[in-house]
Write a protein that binds this ligand. Structure first.
Ligand code: GUN
Length: 280
């Protein structure tokens, strides 16, 4: 029997608590969302984030830009948003089209960086002084905790393409006592490495990539893939993993909704950090 880790239920709990906390505030937290170009997946993610934020009482302003907008134009908008007291979180939906992502992300004031992507926030996490942690990393940790399994002597593997994506997850797992490495899909002996791991996080961006013979029977598998097959969204894990592994977070209904919920808690956290900084 495979235990299915339900991200929707966990996300609804978080959103309910966040909404209650926001109801008690004098002013709502504010979130600015910047969307560049017309990538349909990005548009959908932004819509989901915007709806969820409004639902819990966050004030949202969305800024849409053409694909050929310059890096400087985006930085100018971010500088305006950095200076506004009613905007506590700034989210730039990625990927950008042709703009310099490092310059754009670094322009966000670290206290407003609700995605946790700013170099200062990344450094703070590695120095055991986390402030704003990437929602996707929080979401993966929450799903693993939901198994209630002891993580002692466990090891993890992230199957993915990006060090930037993997770094905060590796750090949180390390703090939980789980040594974890990033394995790229072209790594020789990839399957032998994934088969040895107790926790496998897959984010390669290919439908049905992770097959049952690539993971051990009792493994916890967290699927972070989002792929379109026809008009369906599917993850990176082959559907036959269900029934084979110990615990499985599937797509849809796993990491995605939980990541949105943690974005909202980050907006609230950002507001608290900024109010504390102003009163100091
Ligand atoms: N694109 C894919 N995932 C993310 C994310 O977590 N944050 C942002 N801003 N863009 C993304």
């Amino acid at each position: 029997m495979t235990e299915i880790l339900n991200g929707v239920v966990l996300a609804n709990n978080i959103k309910r608590k966040t909404k209650t906390r926001i109801t008690k505030l004098k002013n709502p937290p504010g979130l600015a969302v910047i969307l560049v170009g017309d990538n349909p997946a990005s548009k959908l993610y932004v819509k989901l984030k915007e709806e969820a934020a409004k639902d819990v009482g966050i004030y949202v302003e969305k800024f849409e830009y053409a694909a050929d907008t310059t890096t400087e134009e985006l930085v100018a908008k971010i500088n305006q948003l950095n200076a506004r007291q009613d905007i506590h979180g700034i989210l730039v939906q990625l990927p950008l089209v042709q703009q310099n992502v490092d310059v754009v992300i670094s322009a966000i004031h670290p206290a407003k960086d609700v995605d946790g992507f700013h170099p200062e926030n990344r450094k703070a996490l590695l120095n055991n002084a986390p402030v704003l942690v990437p929602p996707v990393a929080l979401s993966i940790m929450r799903l693993i905790q939901a198994t209630r399994r002891s993580l002692a002597k466990c090891t993890g593997v992230i199957l993915g393409n990006s060090e930037t994506f993997a770094e905060p997850i590796i750090e949180l797992l390390r703090e939980a006592g789980v040594p974890t490495s990033l394995v790229k899909r072209d790594t020789p002996a990839m399957s032998a490495i994934t088969r040895a791991a107790d926790i496998v996080i897959v984010a390669v961006g290919e439908a049905a990539f992770l097959k049952p013979d690539m993971v051990k029977d009792a493994a916890i598998v967290i699927d972070v893939g989002t792929n379109k097959v026809g008009n369906k969204t599917v993850g990176d894990a082959d559907p036959t993993l269900e029934g084979h592994v110990g615990s499985l977070s599937k797509v849809p209904g796993g990491v995605g909704p939980l990541t949105v919920a943690y974005l909202l808690t980050n907006v609230l956290k950002a507001m608290e950090v900024q109010q504390r900084e102003r009163s100091e």
